[in-house]
Ligand binder design. Sequence first.
Ligand code: SAM
Ligand code: SF4
Length: 331
Amino acid sequence: MDGKKHIVDKFGRVHDYLRISLTERCNLRCFYCMPEEGIQLRDKAEFMTAEETLEIAKTFISMGVKKIRLTGGEPLIKRNAEMIIKALGQLPIELTLTTNAVVVDRYIDVMKEAGIKSLNVSLDSLKEERFNDISRRGYFTRIFDNIALLLDQGFDLKINVVLIRGVNDDEIIDFIEWTRDTALSVRFIEFMPFDGNQWNWDKKVSYNEILSAVESKFGDQFSKIEGKPNDTSRNFKLNGAKGSFGIISTVTNPFCDTCNRIRLTADGKIKNCLFSQSETDLLTAHRNGQPIEPIIREVMLSKEKERGGNGQFDDEMVKSMKNRSMTTIGG
Ligand code: SAM
Ligand code: SF4
């Protein structure tokens, strides 16, 4: 440890990874994440300005945060995203982002200047028509070209694929085949329940199912990659492949034991867990000149052991759960 008073919860988990949502808005409308009409517009004053985002980020860094991920909504459509990325790039952290890659080509130089080395890009299908249906827009080709551009420019890429039964679960093998000759990491994510996203238990594709599809196709022609303690995915590689693949099983097999994440929403609320049903307003406190460090410590001390204290996910539990959609929390 480096002498800072780290953010520790009552289970001894050290929280050194902050995910900041830059905006709730998005240029796609993935049906599992965003309503077709978009999210309800709110007064601009309710959201953090670029300066406030930086000031609050600096407080977290002074408390031991070592990694910041920018997310959203789509972080790269935030006005001032360029300024925020460059300024965060000056700070002593690993900076990264999660994007749908629609406009990422405009940020190549900015990201390099900020020292960003790796990105997560979401792509739920390798079939143009299907992807455009899922995202309710027509950007497949642009995204695919931008993925090639990012690889060409030397960025490490993780491709996030949310698997949903009857929608794209027939593409597991195609995605893995992509990693044979392309040096990227595909990560299959179990479909997670949020307010109004039509989740039900049968629509998620579980860790075990994904692994048995892989085993029946590839037999022993793949192996497990040993992970790091805070990894959220369990990772594998086809023998001789340039890339790898992994499974993020938040629903059936969560990784709460080693969770080191804190979330800050675009309107300046801190959430101690993706599934926590409560959130605490840091932005108002910050605007009132109140120190936010004690608030952060208190919120993190109240973090539940697993899944925001919601227990096992099932259809009944999900019906009673109140939680914002991923786009307003920041995925
Ligand atoms: N717009 C950016 C993107 O799509 O990469 C960043 C924000 S998005 C909310 C972050 C990640 O959350 C994406 O990979 C997306 O697929 C994932 N996501 C959104 N809703 C989800 C859900 N219900 N279950 C699982 N993953 C979800
Ligand atoms: Fe936008 Fe990302 Fe949500 Fe899709 S998953 S609607 S790209 S925020």
